[in-house]
Design a protein around this ligand. Structure first.
Ligand SMILES: *Cc1c(COP(=O)(O)O)cnc(C)c1O
Length: 225
């Protein structure tokens, strides 16, 4: 059994250390606990240790957890690929959505956000590596998507997100940082268990960390999506 509170304390220590090394303010770097496939009990353990921001990849799993843990003060981040038939659930349960990569998804989330809720805080996922298999908008199409999202009243554009190839992480993080500067976006959702330090060096403000907090995941069954 992983010791979640111990792992969280270690990650916070790593963040402080890397922030110092790269001359960043540790208060600008938030930790998102990626809890996909983990049972609710693991989230409660992290919550008890002070963790408040959680990231989920599958709409159904987000719905289940957000419903069963509704009494906790959790900020839910949706970080997985978005199919258009799942946007209603995502719009209902997410405070943040990191993985917007096309206009249609942004428009559906905007339309389906319940009216009594504040705007969804969103990031655009950018495909820095430009691999055909991966989701994310290409840097050359980014301006167009930003212009499509900005007028939508129920979305608030906060920043950019990327999941680079591990071998290419340093370059990709630096590219994402440049793009965020260019478009004056403050949130950089980048860095996972294996590349936190590189992401902090390039100015990450939101680390998405799963394995280093919760231990290895079991394989995901398709039905969960
Ligand atoms: C699973 C996942 C993570 C966490 O990855 P770890 O290597 O377990 O830290 C981060 N971001 C996204 C988009 C993910 O799907």
């Amino acid at each position: 059994m992983p010791n979640i509170s111990h792992n969280l304390a270690q990650i916070h220590a790593c963040i402080r250390e890397a922030a110092k090394k790269y001359d960043k303010n540790p208060a600008d770097i938030q930790l998102l606990a990626v809890s996909k496939t983990q049972p609710a009990s693991a989230l409660i353990e992290a919550y008890t240790a002070g963790q408040r921001q959680f990231g989920e990849n599958y709409a159904q799993e987000l719905e289940q957890k957000a419903t069963s843990l509704a009494n906790l003060d959790i900020t839910w981040h949706f970080i997985g690929p978005i199919q258009s038939n799942k946007t209603r659930v995502i719009a209902q349960y997410s405070h943040w959505v990191h993985s917007i990569d096309r206009r249609k998804i942004a428009e559906r989330l905007n339309l389906q956000r319940p009216l009594h809720m504040p705007p969804i805080q969103v990031c655009i996922q950018v495909n820095i590596d430009n691999e055909a298999s991966k989701s994310g908008v290409s840097p050359s199409e980014l301006a167009e998507l930003i212009n499509a999202i900005n007028p939508l009243p129920n979305l608030k554009l906060r920043g950019l997100m990327a999941i680079p190839e591990p071998s290419n992480a340093k370059y990709a993080f630096e590219q994402l940082q440049q793009l965020a500067l260019k478009y004056n976006l403050k949130t950089l959702s980048m860095g996972m268990s294996g590349d936190m330090e590189k992401a902090i060096a390039a100015g990450s403000t939101l680390l998405r960390v799963g394995t280093a907090i919760f231990g290895a995941r079991k394989p995901v069954h398709q039905a969960q999506q």
